[in-house]
Design a protein around this ligand. Structure first.
Ligand code: ADP
Ligand code: 5GP
Length: 206
């Protein structure tokens, strides 16, 4: 399984992963977006099979029992999320690009299986901005927003284990920097985690 490449993107809920990836996938119709299985319910704008495979806990357990997931995690002590393995193997064998939006636990499981996966952490500019994005998105119950913000602290502490760090301040800038990484252009160096250790958001989680 080494012809293609895997791009793993993580970041706290509300950081803007879906927004940024929507743009990237529109620019690269040949990329394969890994549709995860989840036991959480669909949001109003989410389409089954496009954004997620929405499953019951029993259906999810069946995937686990049959060893059909490349990785999985229980997120914020609530719902289960996992990456169906076969589509990723197929893309890799065909020399394609698979894009995974998974939490840090999932990212580390993927890295153990595919050590040369490209890992990108998407950070919000601040916690205040993260909270207002989650609130303004308007599809997450207040108590879930609190548990996601709590989870965000731990997630941001994991950013040092990713190769790249992008702050999603302006979407256009963020997409441009992600494109540079995907094309392996020299300016991608500016987005290496090692060159971004001094961000305000890191001071907030200390
Ligand atoms: P995630 O997929 O990481 O949970 P979303 O892509 O759903 O996050 O974005 C969360 C909310 O923030 C959405 O309402 C989205 O429109 C908004 N958003 C995303 N990126 C930005 C940005 N750079 N500036 C302002 N709002 C943003
Ligand atoms: P959301 O409910 O906001 O769509 O996603 C919640 C969290 O689950 C996000 O951090 C997202 O990256 C993560 N996630 C989505 N799909 C998967 C998956 O297949 N595996 C893992 N480990 N995390 C996932």
């Amino acid at each position: 399984m080494n012809k293609g490449r895997i791009i793993v993107i993580s970041g706290p809920s509300g950081a803007g992963k879906s927004t940024v990836l929507r743009r990237i996938l529109a620019n690269h119709p040949d990329f394969f977006f890994s549709v995860s299985a989840t036991t959480r319910g669909p949001r109003p704008n989410e389409v089954p099979g496009v954004h997620y495979h929405f499953l019951t806990k029993e259906q999810f357990r069946e995937l686990l029992d049959k060893d059909l997931l490349m990785e999985y995690n229980e997120y914020a002590a609530g719902d289960y999320y996992g990456t169906p393995a076969q589509p990723i193997f197929d893309v890799m064998n065909q020399g394609g690009t698979a894009v995974l939006d998974v939490d840090p636990n999932g990212a580390f499981q993927v890295l153990r299986k595919v050590p040369d996966a490209i890992t990108i952490f998407l950070a919000p500019p601040s916690f205040q901005e993260l909270r207002s994005r989650l609130e303004n998105r308007g599809d997450t119950a207040p108590e879930k927003i609190e548990s996601r913000l709590k989870q965000a602290r731990w997630e941001i502490q994991q950013a040092e284990r990713y190769t790249y760090l992008l702050v999603n301040d302006q979407v256009d800038d963020c997409v441009a920097r992600l494109e540079a990484i995907l094309a392996d252009r020299p300016e991608a160096q500016q987005s290496l985690y090692a060159n971004n250790t001094n961000l305000d958001i890191f001071k907030e989680v200390l």
